[in-house]
Design a protein around this ligand. Structure first.
Ligand SMILES: Cc1cc2nc3c(=O)[nH]c(=O)nc-3n(C[C@H](O)[C@H](O)[C@H](O)COP(=O)(O)O)c2cc1C
Length: 400
């Protein structure tokens, strides 16, 4: 960790006193630490303490007269490897979610392109407020890592959720990611599929499914952040990605997805098949719009080609394939069956019985099963964090 540069943001909350221990933990681990505090944070902790512990100048005002560069918010954003906002106030969370940059902290964070960790801390009613929850969900979508608060005695003397995660938890979360980032593979290629497929019924209608593409996009982004060159083959989705290592390939149908997978699979070192591919497609191609009639109408469907099975038969020994299974009953058994019959290395099981998991949610709860039937169940987390967990676990147990 010795060379890691950590930017710590402090907001105006009572938990700011704990951030002093956090600064110490990073410094003891050999990290360089710089701190940006909001003006309100200084009602809780003093500049002298922060500067002494961090061994660096504290940054608060955007427009303070200085002999240093006037765009310090940009140079700070370039300087740091990771940023941590602890405590993150409801106010700063709201500003970041809205893209507001009206002080040094929010301006620096908007200019920041590397991992940002947000450790919210506030009264339980504030934390549970729909506006705060919506803002946190927005931040998850914008790829901020949220370090969830804990339940316990709050400063307002009631027991509830909203207490900032401990300095040790925050430190370990950031350090774990930062140290794994340093042993990234180089020149490795990943193939990821995401989203639904749309099977055309006629000129205007299609058969689709409720996959949002979020899980696949989160995997592609986490792989890109790890240094992989990623081919992301996605069905129709409104999601966007700005990662430069991701080559996005848009498709509509299961057949188009199959063709693109066959094209890109041979070069891939690791494959994550997270798309929800249609099992059936209309047997007949109807170019016009089908007119409404008074009599019942039936549509003949034919099975699509199983993409996962097809590419798995072409798998070389050094390629790793991770499949996804969405199950509603006998989940583990069905997932294991898929793993073995399709010659996969891992299967990630989503159960529709888990609240907050599966389609159209920002969160997911998955179980990872390997070839030896080892089972790891992950708790409910944002899809971004689940993607990191899956990738870490897979990469730790294989040799690429
Ligand atoms: C004693 C005290 C404790 C506070 N604790 C919190 C807190 O834990 N979390 C929070 O979001 N706001 C808290 N506030 C309110 C914030 O300080 C206030 O919303 C402020 O505008 C936040 O400013 P900042 O986000 O620019 O730092 C507290 C206020 C006071 C007076």
């Amino acid at each position: 960790m010795s060379s890691k540069k950590i930017l710590i943001g402090i907001c105006g909350g009572i938990a700011a006193y704990k951030t002093l221990s956090l600064i110490r933990l990073f410094r003891k681990a050999g990290c360089e630490v710089k701190v940006v505090a909001t003006r309100n944070a200084l009602a809780f902790v003093t500049p002298l303490t922060i500067e002494t512990l961090s061994n660096n100048k504290l940054y608060v005002d955007m427009f303070e007269h200085s002999t240093e560069r006037t765009t310090e918010h940009i140079s700070l954003a370039q300087w740091a490897d990771s940023a941590v906002v602890a405590p993150a106030s409801a106010n700063v969370i709201g500003k970041l979610a809205a893209g507001i940059a009206d002080d040094a902290l929010t301006t620096t964070l908007l200019a920041f392109t590397k991992p940002v960790y947000i450790a919210p801390a506030m009264n339980e009613n504030m934390y549970k407020h729909i506006a705060v929850q919506n803002n946190l969900n927005k931040l998850r979508q914008y790829h901020f890592h949220i370090i969830d608060p804990q339940t316990g005695m709050l400063a307002c003397n009631i027991k509830g959720i909203g207490r900032m995660a401990s300095p040790e938890t925050i430190f370990e979360t950031v350090i774990k990611d930062a140290t794994t980032t340093s042993k990234l593979p180089t020149n490795k290629k990943a193939l990821v599929t995401a989203g639904p497929t749309y099977e055309p019924v006629d000129a205007v209608r299609f058969i689709g499914n409720r996959s949002s593409g979020l899980m696949g996009f989160a995997l592609a982004e986490a792989l890109s952040a790890k240094g992989f060159e990623v081919n992301l083959i996605t069905g129709p989705t409104s999601l966007t990605t700005v990662e430069k290592n991701i080559n996005r390939i848009d498709v509509n149908t299961a057949e188009e997805m199959l063709q693109k997978c066959l094209l890109h699979f041979p070069q891939a070192d690791i494959v994550f098949m997270a798309a929800a591919v249609a099992d059936y497609t209309p047997a007949e191609k109807i170019e016009r719009k089908i007119k409404k009639e008074k009599t019942p109408f039936s549509l003949l469907l034919k099975p699509t080609t199983d993409i996962l099975k097809t590419i798995a038969t072409q798998k070389k020994n050094n390629q790793i394939i991770v499949g996804f299974a969405l199950e509603t009953n006998d989940e583990i058994e069905h997932a294991k069956q898929k793993l073995h019959t399709k010659n996969l290395d891992f299967v990630v099981l989503n159960s529709l019985n888990d609240k907050g998991a599966g389609f159209e949610t920002l969160t997911n709860k998955v179980t990872l099963i390997d070839k030896k039937n080892n089972i790891i169940a992950f708790p409910l987390k944002s899809k971004q964090d689940i993607a990191i967990d899956i990738i870490e676990t897979v990469l730790n147990s294989v040799k690429l």
